[in-house]
Design a protein around this ligand. Structure first.
Ligand SMILES: *[C@@H]1O[C@H](CO)[C@@H](O)[C@H](O)[C@H]1NC(C)=O
Length: 202
C-alpha cells in the first residue's frame, strides 16, 4: 500500500492535463501533513483488512472507503512490532474532535478501550484482552469537518487492575483521558498514531 501510494504521488505531477479525468480512478491515501503527522510515533500500525495500514493517513472518499469505515468494517488490527512479548499493554482509541475540531466540547469520545493486551498479540496485530469499551466505528457527523481518530498504546504497570468508573461507563463522550491515565499510572504512550476522516456524505 505504502509503495503504491508513493508511486501514485510520484506520477501525479507528470499528468497535469489528465488529472481531471484520472481523479475518479485514482484512490490515494494521502499522508497527514506536519502538525498531525507528529502524533504518529513508535511505528504503530492500524490495519483494516480491505485497505491495509491507514496510520498517519487521510481515509479517502473513493471506493466508498469512508462509508465502509463508518458502516461496515469491524475493528482494525493494531500492530506494534516493538512490543515486548511478555509485557501487557493498554490500547485507547479516541476522537478528540467531538463534535468538531474547532469546538470539541465532548473531547474525548472513547471508541475503544482494551487492557491486558499481551505483547505477543500486539506483535501480530491481534487485539484481545480485557475489553472495557467495545470498538465503535468512526461516524463523524455531516458538516463537522475532519475528525482525528487516535490510537494510544501504553505499557500497563504490573499488578494494576484497570477499570472505568461507573460514570465513565455510562458515557462515551466527554471522557477525561488525562485522569484515566493518571489514575492508573500509565505514563506516556509507548506509541501513538491517528488517521483522519470525515462524513462520507460531505
Ligand atoms: C462488548 O460486546 C460483546 C458482544 O456483543 C458483549 O458481550 C460485551 O458485554 C461488550 N462489552 C462491553 C464492555 O460493553
Amino acid at each position: 500500500m505504502k509503495l503504491l501510494v508513493t508511486v501514485l504521488v510520484t506520477l501525479i505531477p507528470l499528468l497535469p492535463s489528465a488529472w481531471g479525468s484520472e481523479a475518479s480512478r485514482t484512490c490515494i491515501f494521502q499522508t497527514l501533513s506536519k502538525p498531525d503527522h507528529e502524533f504518529c510515533r513508535g511505528g504503530l500500525e492500524v490495519i483494516y483488512p480491505e485497505v491495509g495500514d491507514v496510520s498517519c493517513s487521510y481515509i479517502p472518499k473513493c471506493h466508498g472507503f469512508r462509508q465502509k469505515l463508518s458502516g461496515e468494517w469491524g475493528q482494525p488490527r493494531v500492530r506494534y512490532p516493538h512490543a515486548k512479548k511478555s509485557k501487557k499493554y493498554v490500547l485507547v482509541m479516541v476522537d478528540p474532535d467531538s463534535p468538531n475540531r474547532a469546538n470539541p466540547q465532548h473531547r474525548f469520545w472513547r471508541h475503544w478501550l482494551v487492557t491486558d493486551i499481551l505483547g505477543s498479540d500486539l506483535k501480530v496485530g491481534k487485539i484481545r484482552g480485557k475489553v472495557l469499551t467495545n470498538y465503535s466505528r468512526p461516524k463523524p457527523p455531516r458538516y463537522s469537518g475532519y475528525h482525528r481518530y487516535q490510537f494510544r498504546l501504553y505499557r500497563q504497570p504490573p499488578h494494576e487492575a484497570i477499570a472505568l468508573s461507573t460514570e465513565d461507563q455510562e458515557s462515551l463522550g466527554t471522557w477525561n483521558l488525562k485522569d484515566f491515565v493518571e489514575d492508573f499510572d500509565l505514563g506516556h504512550p509507548v506509541a501513538s498514531t491517528q488517521f483522519l476522516t470525515k462524513s462520507y456524505k460531505d
